[in-house]
Design a protein around this ligand. Structure first.
Ligand SMILES: [Zn+2]
Length: 730
């Protein structure tokens, strides 16, 4: 296009000729996609798609054939690999139009339009298993070799403005056309083809309420064109920046950082309970200066009510966020809680009314009527999702929607997606089918599990076990480094997820590592405060921290070691329960607590008085806490016996002292592991099941006790000891 901006100030040109030259044509598409997806100003996580029409060899005929590669359903441009792209025979894809034309009723939102999505499978090239997205026709009906469809903030700002068509002409000077909002699908592809036929000089189209699509003959050319169009729109918007009058100016002021954190810690568990009555949610707090500028503004209430525009944003953020008009300077935290309660009741009623007004005869049943985004002056936005990753994406999308509104309100007047159109996206049967295809949620999905003692031994095994069942895991340990190591292992195994949002610890992934000293109440309080800021609340707590005070060479346990045994093994578990109790009560959601005791609690023997009596007390603590915390929280005990494998409770000196006690032969020169195995084999022989007791055996029971499988069990201690008649509970 003429007079393209020479330099980019609003986007980064990341293209590297040498890097691109080393790639095959499909990899070049992947490369271009990754570059575009890396910049949130160009597109959002999971949003937009790219394509390349290539000539490839047909595996059947060995003849050259035209193939279109296009980002498939569910992929994300930033992180896309070759596997995220679908591939189709061009002739078959275009041939679908004949089938489409034969339908009596056709056009946007018709049955034939939706059924075309299934037909793409018949056009697949090279047995590629990646499913094509509903945007596939947007790429196939544009005859240019390379097409980028993006959701840039600056372009959506134009597309979501009251005078979007005129603005498009003004900003792009006729080289970019405009199409009004239309739900993506086969028909929109045909509409775009018509636009290009009418004006062959067009290099792209602004898509009303949605985004931008543009094309070129070469891939680098297409990439640079995308950048220059986004840049051009951003420069235009820049000229209208309202400065201090953005969003009508500031109405409220934010509290300082520490005060903000205290407020969040106070309200988040209550709020999580309020939005989780149907199903549990994980929270993400996002409070950048720009988000706060919106939340604190005069216009926030009006704009929040208009909802988001780009359908991608909208699917996560719902029809609109809940905005709570609360003055951080003049009103109390309790007043905020009251307003949240009232606001949520109103929101659910509004949502139900929206569903009833817009539903169609075959619409799926109404989904959870709670908001996924809550905007509060001074605090920013709080997003809720079924996983940390999803709530981070939702927070990202609303913060992008704020940027769209900022820009649109400076150049024109912002418009949200019309209500019926929003509904037809949210309750689209194709979306419903996608939801139905999702695998069933795991046992501990939507749960936050705090494992205290997760740095080693049983605690580490428990952290891994619950993570496998979909839990978000807080790995806490006296050793911060050990806690973080376990958390890092989990993040590596399960991935950080997607979504670029979350302020401070709230930007975390599915696991975090934190320090915790159970003998210090302030340490436990600080731990749970961080858990709240990270995830919005908690569901299950599993305490595996404990100490074994071995007698000295004279066979005695010193007074301070006695005190320490009780401080950790008994009082520590109580402190954890006591601090967690206030979170559970604030949420009003059921939870569970598992305390690790020991079979030693019921077996009297010489040499371990301090440990055994402290564990006996812990057993009874389980029962007392079960009574205290009912009916909200179940409390159960896990009583392991002598797990020697990887246990920090069995350092070398304890292993040697045990081997000596049982008169087992050993040599001082043997490795600690060898000595441990010797002791484990001896212990196994004493049990009814004759097999060594492993960390995995313990972790399994701690996990099961935390799930609904044991929903009717509380106040019980389960032994995992291989069967020791002496330790049978009575
Ligand atoms: Zn789109």
């Amino acid at each position: 296009m003429p007079d393209q901006p020479e330099e980019f100030r609003h986007v980064d040109d990341l293209w590297d000729d040498a890097a691109a030259a080393a790639l095959d044509p499909v990899e070049r598409l992947r490369y271009r996609s990754n570059l575009l997806g890396a910049d949130q100003r160009i597109t959002n996580t999971g949003g937009g798609n790219t394509s390349a029409k290539l000539t490839q060899t047909d595996p059947l005929t060995r003849e050259p054939v035209d193939v279109m590669w296009v980002k498939g359903s569910g992929g994300d441009l930033r992180t896309a690999t070759r596997a995220n792209f679908a591939s189709f025979y061009m002739d078959k894809l275009l041939g679908l139009e004949t089938l489409y034309d034969q339908a009596e009723v056709k056009g946007p939102k018709t049955e034939i339009e939706d059924s075309m999505v299934e037909m793409y499978r018949h056009a697949v090239f090279g047995l590629n298993p990646t499913t094509g997205s509903i945007d596939t026709p947007l790429h196939s009906f544009i005859h240019f070799a390379h097409v980028d469809h993006m959701h840039p903030i600056s372009a959506i700002a134009i597309a979501a403005s009251a005078d979007q068509e005129a603005l498009t002409a003004e900003v792009f000077g006729g080289t970019v056309g405009w199409v009004p909002w239309q739900r993506p699908g086969f028909d929109l592809g045909l509409v775009m083809r018509e636009k290009l036929k009418e004006n062959p000089n067009l290099v792209g189209l602004v898509m009303g309420q949605h985004g931008l699509i543009n094309w070129a003959a070469g891939d680098k050319e297409c990439y640079k064109l995308t950048l220059s169009l986004v840049e051009r729109a951003a420069r235009f918007i820049e000229g209208f920046d309202k400065g201090a009058q953005t969003f009508g100016g500031q109405k409220y002021q934010s509290p300082d950082g520490p005060a903000r954190e205290r407020l969040l810690i106070h309200i988040l568990p209550r709020l999580r309970g309020m939005v989780s009555q149907r199903q549990r949610f994980i929270g993400t707090v996002h409070a950048t200066d720009r988000v706060l500028e919106f939340a604190n503004s005069h216009d926030a209430a009006r704009l929040a009510e208009l909802g988001t525009s780009c359908p991608d944003h909208f699917l996560r953020t719902k029809i609109k966020p809940l905005f709570v008009d609360w003055d951080p300077q003049a009103e109390t935290a309790d007043a905020l809680l009251q307003k949240l309660e009232q606001g949520l009741a109103r929101y659910r009623a509004d949502y139900t009314a929206y569903y009833e007004a817009c539903r169609r005869p075959n619409s799926p049943a109404m989904r959870d009527p709670n908001p996924t985004v809550i905007v509060i002056p001074g605090l920013g936005l709080i997003a809720w999702g079924k996983t940390k990753s999803e709530s981070r994406v939702t927070a990202e999308f609303y913060s992008l929607a704020i940027e769209v509104m900022r820009a649109s309100e400076s150049i024109s007047r912002y418009q949200g997606l019309p209500r019926q159109e929003a509904f037809d996206i949210e309750y689209w049967l194709l979306e419903e089918a996608k939801l139905k295809r999702m695998p069933a949620e795991k046992d501990l999905a939507r749960n936050v599990v705090v494992v205290i003692g997760a740095g080693s031994g049983i605690g580490k095994a428990v952290a891994h076990r619950v993570a496998r069942e979909g839990a978000h895991v807080v790995c806490a340990d006296l050793s911060l480094a050990a806690a973080q190591e376990t958390a890092e292992e989990l993040v590596k195994l399960y991935g950080l997820g997607i979504g670029v949002a979350g302020t401070g610890i709230s930007g975390c992934g599915p696991a975090i590592g934190l320090a915790a000293d159970v003998t210090r109440r302030e340490s436990i309080q600080a731990l749970f405060d961080q858990v709240i800021l990270a995830y919005g609340g908690l569901d299950n707590v599993i305490v595996t921290a404990g100490i074994f005070a071995a007698p000295g060479p004279d066979g005695h346990v010193s007074d301070d070691r006695w005190a320490q045994s009780y401080a950790v093994n008994v009082i520590g578990s109580h402190t954890v329960a006591d601090v967690a109790r206030s979170v559970w009560q604030a949420q009003g959601l059921t939870g569970s607590l598992v305390i690790t005791t020991s079979v030693n609690a019921v077996v009297a023997k010489p040499g371990s008085l301090a440990y055994d009596t402290s564990k006996a007390a812990a057993n009874h603590l389980v029962r007392e806490l079960a009574v205290e915390l009912a009916p909200l929280v179940r409390v159960n005990g896990l009583a392991p016996a002598t797990v020697v494998e990887g246990s920090s409770m069995f350092p070398r000196d304890r292993v040697i002292s045990s081997l000596s006690k049982y008169k087992l032969s050993f040599d001082e020169s043997e490795t600690t592991d060898a000595l441990r195995n010797k002791l484990a084999a001896f212990y196994a022989q004493r049990t009814l099941t004759k097999a060594p007791i492993t960390l995995a055996d313990q972790a399994e029971v701690a996990y099961l006790l935390s799930t609904s499988k044991f929903s009717k069990t509380t106040g019980q201690v389960i032994t995992v000891d291989g069967g020791l008649p002496d330790a049978f509970l009575r």
